[in-house]
Design a protein. Sequence first.
Length: 250
Amino acid sequence: MYILLEAPVFTVEAGLKAAEYGVDRLELCSDFGEGGETPSAGALAFLKEKVQIPVFVMIRPRGGDFVYSPEELYVMRKDIAFLKSHGADGFVFGALDKNGHVDKEACKYLMHAVEDSPCTFHRAFDISKDKDKAIEDIISCGFQRILTSGGENDVSKGMTKIRKWLDQVSNQIIIMPGGGLKSAHITDLNNFGKLKEVHASCKAFRPTESNYSHPSVSLSNDPNAFKQVLTIDKSLVNEFLTEIKNNQAK
């Protein structure tokens, strides 16, 4: 069985390069610093003109928690409909209630705009209160996959739980490991032969092409913010593709 490689991309440059390097699917986002927010329609439309692989889009109106007001949910639903009209192949979102459980009402409200497009419940799952209940709720809402680091800060720490879920529920929903995922994790995760998809940023930073830097004005707390640009690392993509190929050959 083929293991699909998805890469989150935050720039048009990264999206083009990811497709060129052999990534199977893009998760298009904005705002790397917040962990991903809804991207622009222009970025989606451009990538859909240039790449042949599917492009899923993040639907998240702001950073912070995943407890959304009715107004925010309305905006999210409008974004889904608008981005779908611009060629989005799938959507990535999630909502929690004030007690840390999946907000099924909110998710189903958003699903009405999704129609038949596949959806991923993102890492809001990892901060939910009861993971087993969350999985049941996410399945009942109609999501096709869960992006997870195993309920921990990264995949290395959440490996045991990810393997458990791959074994127990992968016939009901795709468990897609992501969040600090390394190529070396692929073999461990595929022990049961049930690994179907993985999510890896393969991110890198390139130097800015600007020849000018203002001597005193800074628009960010990050001292490197205007010295580098987020992109994707071809060698890291190749490492993942090699590990995936090796696991498929077993």
